[in-house]
Ligand binder design. Structure first.
Ligand code: T5A
Ligand code: NA
Length: 219
């Protein structure tokens, strides 16, 4: 029997971090590890570029695209893209499936707040996502800009500049310190893939002990 069968709901696990920190690589391994351990697991990622809203986001992110979008507008679309999935997340968790998500509202907050727009700070950015299911654990993969640079050049997308990434890293660190972020676990993602994988397994098992899986997810 899996943990869920004896204790109730699934866990909500989010993996966050800077561009190229290894989020997608580690999410795949985590899903595999949990599933080998007998857990039912679903994987999701944001932005989910497959929905109509996700396609608008995709068009905006392509660095050479001509899609102009006011900063608050694209922020709200990223948030709406999470709200589209929220009932499905709740349902899966409630029926005993663990959900692993590649980026969530933490990315939503910091990437928008990292722009040079005085009318869009972290506090404003957090509001549209208030009420979304709150993770049991948010694994934050931290990577120095030097280590990130060794993982190949920036891609073609809008936020992939050194200046933007440095600001994003500062804001992630600021967010990790807020009382709102008691689900945060910071992991050094500069190590080898297998070593990071092991640290994530340990962090998730640790939180599993602390989380009350008989109580519903927090908001
Ligand atoms: N965004 C997102 C917002 O502005 N608001 C929001 O609300 C949300 C949700 C797209 C952009 O959208 C922004 C943030 C982003 O700018 P995305 O589609 O998640 O977000 O971004 P991707 O480009 O898919 O992913 P990343 O570039 O962030 O990469 P990952 O997933 O962190 O890294 P991964 O696993 O693909 O690995 C990158 C490379 O590093 C190697 C891998 O093999 C790969 O080549 N690697 C390692 N190398 C050495 N050591 C390790 N430990 C390694 N782990 C991986
Ligand atoms: Na990714």
């Amino acid at each position: 029997t899996t943990t869920e069968e004896t204790t109730g709901r699934g866990m909500l696990i989010v993996v966050e971090g800077l561009d190229r920190a290894g989020k997608t690589t580690q999410c795949q391994r985590l899903v595999e590890n949990l599933s080998n351990d007998g857990h039912r697991v679903e994987f999701m990622r944001f932005p989910n570029r497959t929905t109509p809203i996700g396609q608008m986001i995709d068009g905006y992110l392509k660095a050479n695209s001509e899609v102009p979008m006011e900063d608050h507008v694209i922020h709200l679309l990223f948030s709406a893209n999470r709200w589209e999935a929220s009932e499905n997340i709740q349902r899966l968790i409630a029926t005993g499936t663990t959900v692993v998500i590649d980026r969530y509202y933490y990315s939503g907050c910091v990437y928008s707040a990292a722009k040079d727009n005085p009318k869009l700070n972290l506090a404003w950015a957090r509001q549209p996502d208030v009420g979304l299911p709150r993770p049991d654990v948010c694994v934050f993969l931290d990577l120095s800009s030097e280590a990130a640079a060794e993982r190949g050049g920036f891609g073609q997308e809008r936020y992939e500049t050194t200046r933007m990434q440095q600001r994003v890293r500062e804001l992630f660190q600021e967010m990790a310190k807020s009382p709102d972020a008691d689900d945060f676990v910071i992991i050094d993602a500069g190590d080898a893939v297998e070593k990071v994988e092991k640290k994530i397994i340990d962090a998730v098992s640790g939180r599993r002990q602390l989380s009350n899986l008989r109580a519903p997810l927090r908001e």
